[in-house]
Design a protein around this ligand. Structure first.
Ligand code: PLP
Length: 422
C-alpha cells in the first residue's frame, strides 16, 4: 500500500466528504512556495496551506529557532510559570498591534483565540456589574469551528447540524459597496438594545465568505457606533494579520481602535499551532479583583507552548525584514496588474484585491462549497500542479510572501485558463 492508501484506511480528514473524496496527495517535503509529492511532482502552494504560511515552507530561520527551543525547554505549565519566548513574543506583538492593546493571552489556534475573545468580552461586562450577553457579527462571517466561534459565524451548511446549540447572535449585513448604509443602519438599531456585549468582525476581508472585501471608512463608522454605545469591539485578524492586507494588520487602515484582537495562522509563519488574544487595559483591569470569582478561568494544556512561541519569535524576525515588506509590495503590484487582465475575461463577474489577497469571482456556479464548479476549478489547478482551494465560484490567491514572480505568473496562467470551465 502506498501512503495515500494507508491514510485512506484510517484517517478522517477535515472538511472532506470521505465517501467521494479523491485520495489525499502525499507531500513529503516543502521549500519556499513549493510542495513536493511522494511521486516526484512539484506543486505551487498558492493558498499558503490554509492561509498560514508567510515566509515559505521549512524556512531555515524558523526551523533553527524551533530546534534550539526544543532542546532548551519544550513545554512548561503556564499558570504560575513563564518563559522567555512567551514574554519576548508578547512584547514584540504589542509593539506592532493597534494602539491600546497591552495584554496578551495565549491559546492554540484561531478558533480558540476567538473563544477567548468572546469569553473575555462577556465576562468583562459581568465583572463590571453590567452583565450583557449578546454578540453582533457579520452575517457571512467565519470565526472558527468551536461552538462559540460557530455561534458568531454565518448560519451556513457547515454549522446547520448545530444551530440549536449555538448562542443567539445579532447579524448585520457585510457592508460591501451598495450595502454600506444598510449595515450602518442595522447596527444603529441593534445598538439601542441594552444587552449587546461586543461586535466581532473580520477587518476589511471576510475570508471564508469568499474573500469578500469592504472599505475601512465604513468599518470605522461601525466601530464608532460601538464605542458610542458601550459595545466592545473584537477584531478577528486571524487571516488578515501579519501583512496579508498590505499593512501589518488590517486594523492599521482604521482610525478607530479595537478593544480585543485575535491572532493565529501567520503568527508562527505557518509552522506551529498558536493563538493569541490581546486586549486593552480597560478590559484587563476588570478582571483584577479580591473576589477570585472574577478571575478569567480559561486555559489549555499547551497555552504559550515555548516551541510555538519560538516559532512566533522567528516569524516576527522575518516580518521585520526589509525583504518581507518588499515582497508584500511586489505581490500587491503583480496582483493589481493581473486584476486588470483577468477582469476582461469572459465569465468573470468581479475581481477583488486587498494587498497580497486577490479573489476572482465567476458569474456562474454559485458560492456554495458544494458547487460542482468548485471541484472542477480545484482539480483543474491541481492537474496543473497549483494548489488553489476555491470557495464555490470564487478562486483566490493568498501566497507565501516568498513566491517568485515566475511562480506567480504560473498561478495566474492557470486561473486565466479557468473561464472555459464556467
Ligand atoms: N477566524 C478567521 C477569520 C479565520 O479565517 C479562521 C480560519 O480560517 C479562524 C478564525 C479559525 O482559525 P483555526 O482554523 O485556526 O481554528
Amino acid at each position: 500500500m502506498n501512503l495515500a492508501e494507508r491514510d485512506n484506511n484510517i484517517i478522517w480528514h477535515p472538511y472532506t466528504q470521505m465517501k467521494t473524496a479523491a485520495l489525499p496527495v502525499p507531500i513529503v517535503r516543502g521549500e519556499g512556495a513549493l510542495l513536493f509529492t511522494e511521486d516526484g511532482k512539484t506543486i505551487i502552494d498558492a493558498v499558503s496551506s490554509w492561509w498560514v504560511n508567510l515566509y515559505g515552507h521549512a524556512h531555515p530561520h524558523i526551523a533553527r529557532k524551533v530546534a534550539e527551543q526544543l532542546q532548551t525547554l519544550e513545554h512548561v505549565i503556564f499558570a504560575g510559570f513563564t518563559h522567555p519566548a512567551a514574554v519576548t513574543l508578547a512584547e514584540n506583538l504589542l509593539k506592532v498591534l493597534p494602539e491600546g492593546q497591552n495584554r496578551v493571552f495565549y491559546s492554540d489556534n484561531g478558533s480558540t483565540a476567538v473563544e477567548v475573545a468572546l469569553k473575555m468580552a462577556i465576562q468583562y461586562w459581568d465583572n463590571t456589574g453590567n452583565p450583557k450577553h449578546k454578540i453582533v457579527a457579520f452575517r457571512d462571517s467565519y470565526h472558527g469551528d468551536t461552538f462559540g466561534a460557530m455561534s458568531v459565524s454565518s448560519r451556513s451548511a457547515f454549522t446547520a447540524p448545530f444551530w440549536s446549540y449555538l448562542f443567539d447572535v445579532e447579524f448585520i449585513d457585510v457592508p460591501v459597496p451598495g450595502k454600506e448604509a444598510q449595515a450602518v443602519e442595522q447596527l444603529q438599531q441593534i445598538a439601542q438594545q441594552q444587552d449587546i456585549a461586543a461586535f466581532i468582525y473580520e477587518p476589511l476581508v471576510l475570508g471564508t465568505a469568499g474573500m469578500v472585501m469592504y472599505r475601512p471608512e465604513v468599518l470605522d463608522q461601525l466601530l464608532s457606533i460601538c464605542h458610542a454605545n458601550n459595545i466592545l469591539t473584537i477584531a478577528d485578524e486571524v487571516m488578515t494579520g501579519f501583512g496579508r492586507t498590505g499593512r501589518t494588520f488590517a486594523s492599521h487602515y482604521l482610525q478607530q481602535k479595537p478593544d480585543i484582537v485575535c491572532l493565529s495562522k501567520g503568527l508562527t509563519g505557518g509552522t506551529m499551532a498558536l493563538g493569541v488574544t490581546t486586549c486593552n487595559e480597560q478590559i484587563y483591569t476588570a478582571f483584577l479583583h479580591d473576589d477570585k470569582a472574577k478571575t478569567f478561568f480559561h486555559g489549555h494544556s499547551y497555552t504559550a507552548n515555548p516551541v510555538a512561541c519560538a516559532a512566533g519569535l522567528a516569524s516576527f524576525d522575518l516580518l521585520q525584514q526589509e525583504e518581507t515588506q518588499q515582497n508584500i509590495a511586489r505581490i500587491t503590484a503583480q496582483h493589481a496588474a493581473f486584476a486588470q487582465q483577468v477582469e476582461q475575461l469572459p465569465h468573470v463577474q468581479e475581481v477583488r484585491q486587498q494587498g497580497t489577497i486577490i479573489a476572482i469571482e465567476f458569474e456562474a456556479g454559485g458560492t456554495s462549497y458544494f458547487s460542482s464548479l468548485r471541484d472542477k476549478l480545484y482539480n483543474f489547478a491541481l492537474d496543473k500542479d497549483v494548489l488553489l482551494r476555491p470557495l464555490g465560484n470564487i478562486i483566490y490567491i493568498i501566497p507565501p510572501y516568498c513566491i517568485t514572480d515566475q511562480q506567480l505568473q504560473q498561478v495566474y496562467e492557470v486561473i486565466t485558463g479557468m473561464h472555459d470551465l464556467v
